[in-house]
Design a protein around this ligand. Structure first.
Ligand code: MN
Ligand code: MN
Length: 291
């Protein structure tokens, strides 16, 4: 409990401070590195790469080394971070809308999250959480993203057990006291669906496989020891040339040594907003990532 609360506090602070860096002209890489340095400076570990998914990109986007892309004037920017202390994870996200036209959609996702957090009590059916999120978002004329969901957190595991749906679903899954959940509604003015695009910036170890490439062996070793078999990005790995990195990652994904997280884009090209908090299921739910 203590570590969950500590990780949550760090995450809330990092999200708030880094959110202020999201201004027109700031580079993606400076923003994510600001967040990641703050996390490690606070004595915590990164539970996953910091993602910065812009406009119709919904999730799984993190800049690679050498990326010079900067925030544009009217970008809709989702900042999502994962903080870990001794395997206890805090997962939280916010959306910064540089185009005020999207403030309403953003507030809707935040309101949906607040409603869902209140339902994080023992005995709640997961379908009721999804229904609360869906009705809040659709009542304002937007769509929830149906194929993205929250998740149960456990020691050194970001996705453990069931998903927390963003739409009403027919399920028998019930919340139990002390479960730790990441709840994350996404709202869009598009179709309400994401699809994978042909770009991968985040990986996770499945199991080490024999390989003759030195670079691949180095990646596997880091994935296991330094990254605790949690999601990582090649941006965190130094001393491998871009060409070798690419070859090694391709080989390791093809042999199922590594799981890949392709970048996810809204199917109809709609803008996407996201709000996320981590909550401990109690009669009075404890939101760990709220300041
Ligand atoms: Mn997240
Ligand atoms: Mn999450």
């Amino acid at each position: 409990m203590d570590n969950y609360l500590k990780a949550g506090k760090i995450a809330a602070n990092v999200l708030e401070k880094t959110g202020k860096k999201i201004v027109s002209g700031a580079t993606h890489i400076d923003i994510v590195e600001h967040a990641e340095h703050m996390i490690t400076d606070a004595g915590a570990e990164l539970a996953c790469p910091t993602t910065l998914s812009v406009n119709d990109i919904a999730a799984h986007y993190t800049p690679l080394a050498g990326d010079t892309t900067a925030i544009k004037e009217k970008d809709i920017v989702k900042l999502d971070i994962g903080v870990m202390i001794d395997g206890c994870i805090a997962d939280t996200a916010t959306t910064i809308c540089l185009d005020p036209q999207y403030d309403d959609m953003n507030n809707t996702a935040r309101a949906a999250l607040q409603k869902a957090l209140k339902l994080a009590t023992p005995g709640t059916n997961l379908g009721d959480i999804g229904a609360a999120i869906e009705s809040e978002i659709t009542s304002k004329g937007y769509r929830p993203i149906v194929n993205l969901s929250g998740h149960v957190l456990s020691s050194y595991e970001l996705h453990s057990g069931f998903n927390i749906p963003n739409i009403k679903t027919d399920t028998r899954d019930i919340l139990e006291e002390d479960m730790v959940l990441a709840i994350e509604p996404f709202a869009t003015d598009g179709q309400g669906l994401v699809k994978e695009i042909n770009r991968v910036q985040i990986y996770r170890l499945i199991e080490p496989k024999p390989t003759r490439l030195d670079a691949a062996r180095k990646i596997l070793s880091l994935a296991k020891t330094q990254f605790h078999a949690m999601p990582f990005t090649p941006r965190w790995i130094t001393g491998i040339s871009p060409f070798m990195m690419d070859s090694a990652l391709r080989q390791l994904s093809a042999s199922n040594a590594l799981y890949i997280y392709p970048v996810l884009k809204e199917s109809a090209g709609g803008n996407v907003v996201q709000a996320e908090h981590t909550v401990i299921v109690k009669e009075k739910p404890i939101v760990t990532t709220m300041l």
